[in-house]
Design a binder for this molecule. Structure first.
Ligand SMILES: Nc1ncnc2c1ncn2[C@@H]1O[C@H](COP(=O)(O)OP(=O)(O)O)[C@@H](O)[C@H]1O
Ligand SMILES: [Mg+2]
Length: 612
């Protein structure tokens, strides 16, 4: 399944997405709710400061005592007490607000990171079990964005936007309450104008989304370019491709720039326009307020409270607007995240899967037909029976389907027609792990992990004893090399084993296969990438690996092929000839004979002349 770089089907089903997200929020629900509860006073305390201005102006500045009645008594607070108490109260409230804000930030970070990590881990769990074809189809850049960046965007976003939403909403409500208390007429004017100022925000939402989608595609391309520059650095040097890589990078970076700038050009006018509309509102309020004060229907204190609230209101309302826009991107990211949760590997264990415990009799291909897509069949109607401890060499033209054939045995790909059986049981009936545990594979290019040589070998069998490890090292002809290393078998080899030579890497991979000690061995051009000298020693290691095993070997080396029990010739996806070297050489104009004469005779002559 090829992932889209930008879109997912369900990005606009908000309810459905929240329902899917809920299980990931649920374990942290207590703290999420606490965070939101704390967000309420953080917002609402904004209004308190504005509200404090009214008594300050009316009583302290106006030199009046505050007289009020409660519980049938009349109380009075002198203006000098108020002059002390009000500033003190303002500081106190700011202190409380600050403490709550801290608590709120802490809770938001805690919950959003917990949720993000839970989702990331769950996605990674899915990723490691995806089928080979999934990795064939999707580039590393897209996978990184979709499995790593999106969950961050989605769950970080949802918690912090939720918090901002609550804080801003209660901030706005408390300020509007103060405004209404001060003068409802002015409040109506203020709120209407402020809402008008935010109309442009609603208009540009679509553009923001289109731009962020475009940036994601570009970002994925940039990551892939980085990876390729890294992994392919030798090819880049060998073919002087530095300029190519730089140009790809430069082009994409500046495309991102153009993309962002076109957004700025189109949306940059918004803020000035909003301020302009807001300033009309303030002018209107000032004029009408002056009228109300001179007219005696409003005190100067109420007016001061009102104007302060109005000015303070701008921020929470703007945040509310941004939150609504931001939530869109969060939902788009959420849609992409939950699309990944709906991807399932096609190659899975059956319910009552059997465990494969070694090979007793034979491996059989029955009418196997397979294609990577529905149009082209790469293998056509293959019938082949390999007996226990037989070595079958698979030869044929490049692109004929040899690698494909052997990759079907560990179920890297599943076949649609025909069957592959081990001891008469369809391989689909075995659990995948038990099947793969019975197969050792050595390829042309074997992946070594960053870490030590020991770690890389022990991956073949984590329970192996030191004795088994040493034996594997000896059989893989690694002992001399390891003795020369500063930390011996615990020497750290670079990422992908780059500090080793090709032949050394190959022998580490063979040691890994030897320690695994599985009855079936698949060698796919295991010596093809090597020079003659390292090939000879790698071949010795391989001979140790395949002793008393059932072996499929794809090789170009004549002696390997001749020594095989039987040779299968695969041409254009069909098994055209099968038999021992002598048998196949006796077919007049046979394909093996032709291949042999074309490719292998030269090798044989070289060997006779002692070149090899
Ligand atoms: N992962 C893949 N996805 C799609 N097509 C593939 C894939 N791997 C190989 N092919 C195609 O299948 C055919 C057989 O390839 P392969 O089995 O690698 O041949 P051989 O090993 O004999 O050189 C080729 O045409 C190749 O392009
Ligand atoms: Mg191949």
């Amino acid at each position: 399944m090829k992932l889209s770089e930008t879109t997912a089907q369900n990005s606009f089903r908000y309810g459905w997405l929240l329902k899917r997200l809920f299980p990931y929020i649920k374990p942290f629900m207590g703290r999420v709710i606490l965070g939101l509860l704390v967000a309420i006073p953080v917002g609402a305390l904004d209004g308190v400061v504005a509200f404090a201005l009214k008594p300050y102006m009316d009583y302290v500045v106006g030199q009046k005592d505050w007289v009020f009645q409660a519980f049938g008594h009349t109380y009075s607070v002198s203006c000098s007490t108020m002059a002390l108490a009000i500033p003190f109260a303002v500081v106190l409230f700011a202190g409380i607000q600050g403490t709550l804000r801290y608590l709120n930030t802490y809770l938001t970070e805690w919950t959003s990171q917990k949720i993000t990590n839970t989702i990331k881990i769950a996605l990674f769990d899915k990723l490691v079990f995806m089928d080979t074809s999934f990795f064939d189809e999707n580039s590393s850049g897209v996978v990184l964005t979709r499995y790593f960046t999106d969950p961050e965007k989605a769950s970080d976003g949802i918690v912090s936007y939720l918090r901002n939403f609550v804080t801003s909403l209660f901030g706005a409500l408390s300020l509007i309450a103060v405004m209404l208390y001060s003068s409802w007429k002015l409040a109506v004017i203020g709120v209407v104008v402020l809402c008008a100022a935010f109309i442009p925000v609603a208009l540009i939402r679509k553009r923001v989304k289109a731009t962020s989608n475009k940036n994601m595609v570009l970002g994925g391309g940039i990551t892939t370019n980085f990876n390729e520059t890294y992994i392919g650095n030798r090819v880049i040097k060998a073919y002087c491709l530095q300029d190519r890589q730089r140009n790809i990078f430069k082009t994409k970076i500046w495309q991102t720039f153009d993309n962002n700038m076109s957004l700025v050009k189109r949306t940059g006018w918004m803020s000035p326009i909003m301020y302009l509309i807001a300033s009309f509102g303030i002018a209107l309020v000032l004029a009408y307020g002056t009228y109300l004060i001179t007219n005696g229907s409003m005190t100067a204190g109420s007016f001061a409270s009102f104007v302060t609230s109005l000015l303070l209101l701008y921020k929470p309302v703007k945040t509310l607007g941004n939150t609504l826009t931001g939530l869109q991107t969060v939902f788009v990211a959420l849609g992409r995240v939950f699309e990944l949760f709906d991807l399932y590997p096609q190659i899975t264990d059956k319910k009552d899967a059997k465990s494969l415990k070694g090979l007793n009799d034979s491996i059989e291909f029955n009418n196997v037909t397979f294609g990577y897509n529905n149009e082209n069949m790469v293998l056509k109607n293959i019938n082949l029976k390999i007996l226990k401890n037989e070595t079958v060499a698979i030869v044929g033209n490049s692109g004929g389907g040899k690698s494909t054939l052997v990759n079907l045995i560990p179920r890297f790909y599943d076949i649609d027609n025909g069957s592959i059986t081990i001891d008469g049981v369809n391989i689909k009936d075995f659990s995948i792990n038990s099947l793969r545990n019975n197969i050792s594979m050595v390829f042309q290019d074997n992946f070594l992990f960053s870490g030590t040589i020991r770690e890389n070998i022990m991956m073949g069998n984590e329970n192996a004893t030191d004795e088994e490890l040493n034996k594997a090292i000896e059989y893989a002809h690694l002992d001399e090399m390891i003795v020369d290393l500063p930390d011996g078998v615990d020497t750290v080899i670079g990422e992908r084993g780059m500090s080793l030579s090709g032949g050394q890497r190959q022998r580490v991979a063979i040691a890994r296969a030897i320690i695994k000690n599985s009855p079936i061995v698949i060698l796919d051009e295991a010596t093809s990438a090597l020079d003659n000298k390292s090939e000879a020693v790698v071949q010795k290691a391989l001979d140790n690996l395949i002793r008393n095993k059932t072996v499929f070997v794809i090789a170009h080396r004549l002696s390997t092929i001749k020594n095989a029990t039987r040779i299968a010739v695969i041409n254009e996806g069909e098994l055209v000839e099968l038999g021992s070297h002598e048998e196949l050489m006796n077919i007049p104009n046979g394909q093996y004979k032709t291949l042999y004469e074309m490719q292998y005779r030269k090798q044989e002559q070289n060997q006779e002349q002692g070149v090899l």
